[in-house]
Write a protein that binds this ligand. Structure first.
Ligand code: B16
Ligand code: MG
Length: 213
């Protein structure tokens, strides 16, 4: 049986994945760094500094850790400007409904996100009170594809990993969930490409059928 659902945040419950992309692109353009859509998909689920390393791969020069901190900080400032515009209407379609279904069925719900901006995003969306547990980028050492964030979420819920299902839009996140010993549901861009997906959701509502088994 499934006793808990762990939701990824960016790209699943809210489309802040587009904001990450815009903010990185703004910083990269200012720095004269090439940045394209394909790089964008590799940034899903991985931490802020790992994302920066991916963007700097083709730069042809090395950056000191002080320079890298400054670039990441600048991007985060741009990202926070975009987050300031979030309202409860920006929660992904179907997200409140699926959370209600989980509640009705006695299934616990948690967030498992790499983002250190998770608290501000949940606050702006007005979703925070709907989760029994939140595990995010502020609390972990290793980000996805490491299983740490999902294991932490399960621990906070006091549910064994084998009874958890993770909903993810990132290949790194699906791999992390598998490594944690959890079931996986892919949504968004990875829906057809990931070998780590147990279920493939075109819309969040389709999770209802998965939960019924
Ligand atoms: P921040 P998720 C991830 O969130 C994003 O997918 C990823 O693109 C981002 O780099 C990471 O959070 C860190 O975000 O800079 O806000 O700490 O998909 O795991 O919810
Ligand atoms: Mg995501």
């Amino acid at each position: 049986p499934i006793l808990a659902v762990i939701f990824d945040l960016d790209g699943v419950l809210v489309h802040t994945d587009q904001y990450h992309y815009k903010a990185w692109k703004r910083m990269a353009d200012e720095e004269g760094l090439g940045f394209d859509e394909s790089a964008g998909d590799r940034l899903r689920g991985v931490s802020r500094m790992e994302s920066l390393d991916i963007i700097l791969e083709k730069s042809g020069r090395t950056y000191t850790s002080v320079e890298k901190e400054a670039l990441a900080e600048r991007k985060n400032g741009y990202y926070r400007e975009l987050l300031d515009r979030l309202t409860p209407a920006d929660a992904a379609p179907g997200s409140r409904d699926i959370l209600a279904v989980c509640k009705q069925q006695g299934i616990k719900v948690a967030i498992g996100s790499s983002s250190r901006n998770t608290p501000v995003i949940l606050e702006r969306l007005g979703l925070k009170h709907l989760f029994e547990a939140v595990a995010d980028g502020n609390e972990i050492v290793n980000s996805k594809p490491d299983p740490e964030v999902f294991l932490l979420a399960a621990q906070k819920l006091a549910i064994d990993p084998e009874y958890c299902i993770v909903v993810e839009d990132a290949e790194a996140g699906l791999i992390a969930a598998k490594r944690a010993g959890m079931k996986t549901a892919a949504i968004g861009i990875v829906i057809n490409s990931s070998a780590a997906a147990d279920y493939r959701l075109h819309r969040l509502e389709e999770l209802t059928a998965v939960l019924k088994g």
